[in-house]
Design a protein around this ligand. Structure first.
Ligand SMILES: [Fe+2]
Ligand SMILES: [Fe+2]
Length: 181
């Protein structure tokens, strides 16, 4: 059956075999082929900003995890640790994607805080800790939302990774808000 709408009609055109053959060359480019439609430099810059943000989030949650005290605070302490581990997993995913795109993951501790969208926090009070984390999660959510919007469908792999991370940050924000109630 022939598709009725214009949006499906491109499926009927044959694949671009010339571009596919070209992909067999330029092996030094690894995963990046000539048909890659992303703005590589802009995407690498966004990913490095996200990497710095995730690493600062790891440090903030770890600080909170180690310093929060009191038997009543054990569930919150565990939540902080879980989030620290998940932010580390995000940082690893992002660094790996940067390398796939032939970029350099920036892990320089000297400039980490300036390059991060979210802030470090060394509060002593548990409520202040939770609030700082909620703020950081909301900042992360908005920054990922904007990245996904900008990338659009030009780089589906990066987009999908960012959507998965965004979903996790939304979960984190929700969990922090529940702890404030
Ligand atoms: Fe994260
Ligand atoms: Fe998070």
């Amino acid at each position: 059956m022939q598709p009725k709408t214009g949006i499906h009609s491109t499926y009927s055109s044959p694949l671009d075999t010339a571009a596919i053959r070209k992909a067999a060359m330029n092996l030094d480019d690894g995963a990046v082929t000539e048909g890659y439609r992303g703005n590589r430099e802009a995407i690498l810059a966004m990913l490095n900003g996200a990497l710095a943000t995730e690493l600062v989030c790891v440090l903030r949650y770890k600080r909170h995890y180690f310093t929060v005290a009191g038997p009543g605070n054990v569930p919150v302490k565990n939540e902080f640790l879980e989030h620290a581990q998940e932010e580390q997993a995000h940082a690893d995913q992002i660094a790996e994607r940067i390398v796939q795109l032939n970029g350099q993951p920036d892990l320089d501790p000297a400039t980490l805080v300036q390059r991060s969208h979210a802030e470090y926090d060394a509060s002593d009070d548990i409520r202040a800790m939770i609030k700082a984390n909620l703020i950081a999660e909301r900042v992360a959510i908005e920054s990922y939302r904007q990245m996904i919007e900008r990338i659009g469908d030009t780089d589906p792999t990066t987009r999908r990774m960012l959507i998965d991370i965004l979903a996790k940050e939304e979960e984190h924000a929700d969990e922090m808000r529940d702890l404030l109630d």
